[in-house]
Write a protein that binds this ligand. Structure first.
Ligand code: ATP
Length: 262
């Protein structure tokens, strides 16, 4: 059984259809990259998987280890092991980074019937995990993302992922805004979290990220559907040729004639 099965997923915001029949299977231990032109629906897919309530699912299903997610609240999905690293991480002034993360972790531990971690044990864990993305201790004591640079926010997302140890991690443009060194550090962090017990979906515009995080599969999304899937070489081909050769019209991502190729 796949870790994540997305079947014929349709979603809209207001009266606008955005996802128009997504099929995606991610196995345990696999990393899948999703690429595609601006506005093709990649972030929408990430939000729908995480349960953001501004999107309405009109058809299809999403299964995590065979269990349907769509009826669950975002919190319940997180407790099932879904983690979303935001494209634009949110600043939460007045809420300490460590406090926030301990609250999130303990909420998940409660659901699993595990004992909650006290402040000392959590600090120990956080220090350990922060090494993965070389996040300085000073960041842990600041308010969540407040005043963090773009790159620091992205590192903080991976730090959160390291602490929460999700079953499914969806990383939305985790590479955007990173300088070369930070890209290596973040990619190293993601690689350090690859595991046979975890699936990852990486949304990215740039093949360069995939030089560091080598995906098992690459998918191209256009106009709300996956129009091409392949191995790593597909990302290299896109880098070289752009999206035009896939028959997407005017860069807007609409597949000509509704054709879907694999
Ligand atoms: N809340 C919303 N209200 C109106 N339109 C929306 C909303 N959310 C998404 N859309 C529209 O849905 C389409 C898909 O957006 P989405 O952010 O999922 O694309 P994307 O592939 O992630 O784009 P990018 O590569 O630019 O980040 C866009 O046309 C966007 O304007």
């Amino acid at each position: 059984m796949a870790l994540l099965s997305v079947r014929n997923l349709h979603a809209r915001v207001g009266d606008k259809d955005i996802l128009k029949g997504i099929d995606l299977e991610v196995g345990a231990g696999e990393v899948h990259a999703i690429m595609g032109p601006n506005g093709s629906g990649k972030s929408t897919l990430a939000s729908v998987l995480a349960g953001r309530d501004s999107y309405t699912v009109t058809q299809g299903e999403v299964l995590l280890d065979g269990k349907s997610l769509l009826e669950l609240s975002p919190e319940a999905r997180a407790a099932e092991g879904v983690f979303l690293a935001f494209q634009y991480p949110v600043e939460i002034p007045g809420v300490g980074n460590l406090h926030f993360l301990r609250t999130a972790l303990n909420a998940q531990r409660r659901v699993k019937g595990l004992e909650e971690l006290d402040a000392m044990d959590f600090l120990q864990l956080a220090k350990e995990k922060s090494k993965l993305v070389q996040l300085d201790a000073a960041f842990m004591n600041r308010s969540v993302n407040e005043g963090f640079s773009g790159g620091e926010k992205k590192r903080n997302e991976i730090f959160q992922m390291a602490v929460l140890e999700p079953r499914l991690a969806v990383l939305d443009e985790t590479d955007s805004g990173l300088d070369i060194d930070a890209l290596r550090i973040v990619a190293g962090g993601v690689n350090g979290l690859r595991s046979k017990d975890r699936g990852m979906v990486l949304i990215t515009h740039y093949q360069r990220l995939l030089d560091y995080i080598v995906p098992d599969k690459v998918h191209v999304m256009a106009a709300g559907r996956i129009v091409r899937s392949g191995g790593r070489e597909l990302a290299l081909e896109l880098e070289e040729k752009g999206y035009g050769w896939l028959g997407l019209e005017g860069g807007k991502g609409a597949p000509k004639g509704g054709e879907v190729r694999r």
